[in-house]
Each structure stands twice: as structure tokens, then as C-alpha cells.
Design a protein around this ligand. Structure first.
Ligand code: ADP
Length: 390
């Protein structure tokens, strides 16, 4: 295990994390169904998935709070868990930040942050300096003598963040740390987490069910579904080539349209959707005549006047709802083949207007599975009710 106490001035090299065949059961529930995962030194991994998909179980197993039933876990090359062997959390050179802050109520801000250094056996002056430095870094130096109950939620989470990084562990684990904060604060703390983690050199595993948080933070994203790691890749790759309809839905779609393949070339497919030829990336081998689903990313849609046709194909429809979003307006457009939600335009198009929606092939993905009626129903014709179920 790395201990940076020998060189208190240096940030530690992040731990490589290697998970192989990780299995965890709770009675009949397989919370982890054989996970393989690698995080490179200093890399920021975000685990994304709906509630109950196994995110917390995986992070808690890496932390050592949970015991794996099978598989192996290595941190910085060291075997820390293999189903029989289990190294205690405090021996893994890592720190964790929780959704509910988990501060010591009887310790001040300084006490809480300094507590994390107790195992480092630093000279008192060095400990004090480090605590002061990190409190300044998170903007809490003026609140050092306060107790947790005298702080706002955002301030408490900053203390938790300071406590996590002060000992410069090789791995930082985050369990939905922003969930209890309001939108503006979430944004600011997200930036602070990204900056502090990257400055520290630590590797990070961060869990969330919020796709925008995942895309903003991650070097790599792992998408979990029912204890299975469905895709592990860079954010850009997950966005452009989601491995399954589940990953596509979970990372944001404007709609899913049923169609039939009329042409296939170089990983792309031309699909007839309601009689209109539309292009998209083919996620699997497809044949002409096959019934498929064209999944459309919101960023691939552009609204045009009814008589204008786009070079790469467009669908005719009618605006059924519009909502102001600050930078512009989101629209719902009902087309014969299905509904497209979150169709953005800087100016509003009134309800009932006939329009064309141009579709950029780079933001369209073609799956071999035909879309079911219940999946089509996810895309409501009114924006207030738009819900992509998590
Ligand atoms: P997530 O973090 O993605 O919401 P969890 O890892 O918390 O998912 O849970 C994965 C599955 O394991 C769920 O079905 C959950 O109900 C179950 N589970 C988690 N912890 C326990 C536990 N202590 N006892 C029984 N079942 C659990």
C-alpha cells in the first residue's frame, strides 16, 4: 500500500483499480453479477445506472465495507479482496465522500478534517498546515471552528471533500455526493470535486444516476444495469455508440422510432421511418428488410419550417408542446412514426405548427430490436410530462 506520509509535500500517484469477476449476493438478489473493470492511475471513473443497479454495492466493495462473494479486487496492484481474503477499509489508502456528508457531529470543521490525518503520523505543524491549506482550498477557512450543525448542506459537503483529500489517498470514492444539494450548488461543487480530485492525482470512482453529472465529470463512464456492467467507455464513445438500447435511453434520447432497413454501408444504415429515409450508426450487423429502431439523441434534432427539407433526411410533424429553457426552447414534435422530445431551438415554435425535424446521422443509432409500445410511450407529447424512466 502506498503511504505518502514519507513525503508529505507530494500528491500520491493514483491507485490502479482492477476488478475481476466481482460477485455479490444479498439472498436471492445478485447485486453484482460478475463485474470486470479497470481504472487507470489518476483516472476519473463515473458509474452510472438506475437505482438498484449495483453502483453502491460496487463502490462499497472497493472501499472494503462490503465483502465480495466472488471475484478479485486489486488496488495499486495489491490484492485486497478475493472472496476469502479481505483487507479492512482503513488499510486500502482510500477515502470516501457520502451523500449525507457523514461528518463527526462532536468535532469542529478543523477536527473533522484533521481526523483523517491521524493515521499519517505527521508532525503537528505539518498536520495543521495541511488542514489549513485544504480548508482554504475549499473556501472554508473562515468556518474552521464551527460544528457540522452550524453549517449549510453545501458547507458540510465541502468539509467532507476536504477530509477526503487532506491525507492524499490513492483513491477517492464518491457515493452520489451532490444528491442532497440544490441545482446551483451542485454545479459549483461538481467543479470543485473535479478540480480537487485531479490536482490530488488520486484515481476516482464516482457514482450517480444523473447522466449530465456523469458526462461532465468522467474520463470514463461505466453503465450498470441489474448488477451487470453493460458498457465501459469514454463519454464521447458512450454518446456516439451506446452499446444497447438501455445505455442509449439512460444517457438521453429524444425518441425511438420504428423502421425498416433499406441500405447498409460501412457501419451505417439507412432506415425507412414512416416512409422517410433516415441515416444512423448501426450498432449490430443489419440486413436490408430488417425491422429496427432508430434511437435519436436530442442534439441530433433541428427544427425547420414545414416546407424545408434537410440534406440528411427529416421527419414531418406538428409541435405539440414548447417549454422555455433559458438559452432557448425545447419542443415536442409528434410525427407519424413517433414522438420526438427535447427538440431545441433558440426561438419558440407555437403549438400546432407543422414543422420538419432534421436528423443528424451522427446522433442517430440503429438497433436490431424493434421498439415496443411501452418504450414508445416513454416519449410523451407534452413536455411537462416528459419522463425518461431511470
Ligand atoms: P444502486 O447503488 O445502484 O442504487 P445498490 O448497490 O444499492 O444499487 O443495490 C443493488 C441491489 O442490491 C438492489 O436490488 C438492492 O435492493 C440490493 N441491496 C443492496 N444492499 C442490500 C442489503 N444490505 N441487503 C439486501 N439487499 C441489498
Amino acid at each position: 500500500m502506498t503511504d505518502h506520509a514519507a513525503d508529505p509535500g507530494a500528491a500520491g500517484p493514483g491507485h490502479e483499480v482492477q476488478v475481476r469477476g466481482a460477485v455479490k449476493r444479498y439472498g436471492q438478489v445478485r447485486a453484482l453479477a460478475g463485474i470486470d473493470l479497470d481504472v487507470a492511475a489518476g483516472q476519473f471513473l463515473v458509474l452510472l445506472g438506475p437505482s438498484g443497479s449495483g453502483k453502491s454495492t460496487l463502490v462499497r466493495s472497493i472501499a472494503g465495507v462490503e465483502h465480495l462473494d466472488g471475484g478479485t479486487l486489486r488496488l495499486a496492484g495489491r490484492l485486497v479482496s478475493d472472496g476469502r481474503r479481505h483487507l479492512a477499509p482503513e488499510q486500502r489508502d482510500l477515502a470516501m465522500v457520502f451523500q449525507d456528508y457523514a461528518l463527526w457531529p462532536h468535532l469542529t470543521v478543523t477536527g473533522n478534517v484533521g481526523y483523517a490525518l491521524r493515521r499519517r503520523r505527521l508532525p503537528a505543524t505539518e498536520s495543521t498546515r495541511r488542514v489549513q491549506d485544504v480548508l482554504e482550498r475549499v473556501g472554508l477557512d473562515g468556518l474552521a471552528t464551527r460544528y457540522p450543525h452550524e453549517l449549510s448542506g453545501g458547507e458540510q459537503q465541502r468539509v467532507a471533500l476536504a477530509r477526503a483529500v487532506v491525507a492524499r489517498p490513492g483513491l477517492l470514492l464518491f457515493d452520489e455526493p451532490l444528491s442532497n444539494l440544490d441545482a446551483d450548488l451542485r454545479e459549483r461543487l461538481r467543479v470543485e470535486i473535479a478540480t480537487l480530485t485531479r490536482e490530488s492525482g488520486a484515481s476516482a470512482v464516482y457514482i450517480t444516476h444523473d447522466q449530465s453529472e456523469a458526462f461532465a465529470l468522467a474520463d470514463i463512464i461505466g453503465v450498470l444495469d441489474h448488477g451487470v456492467l453493460v458498457q465501459l467507455d469514454h463519454p464521447e464513445a458512450i454518446y456516439a455508440r451506446p452499446a444497447t438500447p438501455f445505455v442509449a435511453r439512460f444517457t438521453g434520447l429524444a425518441g425511438e422510432l420504428p423502421g425498416e432497413v433499406v441500405g447498409v454501408e460501412d457501419g451505417a444504415a439507412v432506415v425507412h421511418v414512416g416512409g422517410c429515409p433516415l441515416r444512423g450508426r448501426a450498432i449490430a450487423d443489419l440486413s436490408v428488410g430488417e425491422r429496427v429502431t432508430l434511437a435519436v439523441r436530442p442534439a441530433a434534432t433541428r427544427i425547420l419550417a414545414a416546407d424545408v427539407h434537410a440534406p440528411h433526411g427529416s421527419l414531418s410533424g406538428t409541435v405539440t408542446d414548447v417549454a422555455y429553457r433559458g438559452r432557448g426552447y425545447d419542443h415536442v414534435v409528434s410525427c407519424t412514426a413517433g414522438v420526438l422530445t427535447a427538440v431545441f431551438d433558440p426561438r419558440p415554435w407555437t403549438r400546432g405548427t407543422p414543422v420538419e425535424v432534421a436528423l443528424d446521422p451522427d446522433g442517430c443509432v440503429v438497433y436490431p430490436t424493434p421498439v415496443s409500445a411501452s418504450e414508445i410511450d416513454r416519449y410523451s407529447t407534452v413536455l411537462t410530462a416528459v419522463s425518461i424512466p431511470l
